[in-house]
Design a protein around this ligand. Structure first.
Ligand SMILES: Nc1ncnc2c1ncn2[C@@H]1O[C@H](COP(=O)(O)OP(=O)(O)OP(=O)(O)O)[C@@H](O)[C@H]1O
Length: 272
């Protein structure tokens, strides 16, 4: 069976750091799936995503993305020539790219990265992220800059999208539409998404798989369809612990203001 991504027995150590950032990782990501990576600060989420993207070289273990070693020249070549690149990694460093603070128009910026070749997709993203192509980058709020960046980053289709908490400054409506777009992508073409985040609002039924990383180790993997149950009778915010015989967790309904915020922002938009 071919996987979108496959990791076997991966241990990764940064130079000058005695403690491995990742230990004995085993992970299979199927095509047309969305995986959520959950873990505390320093758990190893970004390191895992960077290895999958080919940004860091791993000398032990085995990593394949779309059947290829993400660090190999062959994989990088394919990323450049195919209409669909193998991986797109949108992470913290990408958020700090210099161009986003320059006095440059949004349309000009989008054209410089091939907007005309992906016009229909670009227009859909502009719509979803509510971007105005007449904006000038140096006059935007942080959240508006992030919307332009996401339009740029998602313009070219990918096989594996690696999102390293890049939605943090989007308003709830933009984030909610973006999540719907990403879900749609994974249902209409051969691709998958891995999303590392600390914000779980609006994600309740988004992932197919939830992976918990603690101190560099994968400590639990849940299949959303079979292992995650919600029990309206259970106390709010309660969580059962899986046992040795079952991987199921049962959750009480959490109280959330997320639907209210989405509703208010949708109304705001219709009044503009
Ligand atoms: N460049 C580096 N050099 C040495 N150690 C590093 C480096 N980058 C990360 N680490 C270490 O690797 C471990 C995993 O870091 P990583 O950035 O993957 O965590 P994370 O789960 O993404 O955390 P966060 O939620 O804070 O973004 C941490 O212990 C960190 O100190």
């Amino acid at each position: 069976m071919s996987f979108a991504a496959e990791i076997r027995d991966l241990t990764y150590k940064f130079p000058h750091n005695d403690e491995p950032a990742l230990k004995n990782i085993e992970l299979e990501l199927e095509w047309n799936t969305r995986t959520l990576i959950v873990g505390s600060n320093g758990a190893g989420k970004s390191t895992l995503l960077k290895l999958l993207s080919g940004k860091n070289l791993c000398l032990t273990g085995h990593i394949r993305v779309n059947g290829l070693d993400p660090f190999s020249p062959h994989s990088m070549q394919q990323n450049q020539v195919d209409e669909c690149q193998i991986t797109t990694y949108l992470g913290t460093e990408w958020c700090h790219m210099n161009i986003i603070n320059r006095d440059i128009g949004v349309q000009e910026l989008l054209d410089s990265i091939g907007f005309q070749s992906f016009r229909a997709r670009g227009e859909a993203l502009i719509d979803i992220l509510d971007v105005d192509v007449r904006w000038r980058m140096h006059r935007l709020s942080d959240g508006q800059k992030r919307r332009v960046q996401l339009t740029m980053g998602l313009l070219r289709p990918w096989r594996l999208l690696l999102l390293d908490e890049v939605t943090v400054d989007l308003d709830v409506l933009a984030r909610s539409r973006l999540l719907a777009f990403l879900r749609h992508e994974t249902t209409v073409r051969r691709c998958s998404i891995v999303y590392a985040t600390h914000i779980f609002d609006g994600l309740a039924d988004w992932p197919d798989k939830v992976v918990h990383i603690r101190q560099g180790r994968i400590v639990r993997q849940l299949s959303y369809a079979t292992d995650v149950k919600f029990d309206p009778a259970a106390p709010v915010q309660s969580v059962t612990t899986p046992t040795s015989s079952t991987n199921t967790v049962t959750l009480g309904y959490a109280k959330s203001l997320h639907p209210l915020a989405v509703n208010w922002l949708s109304n705001d938009e219709s009044q503009q």
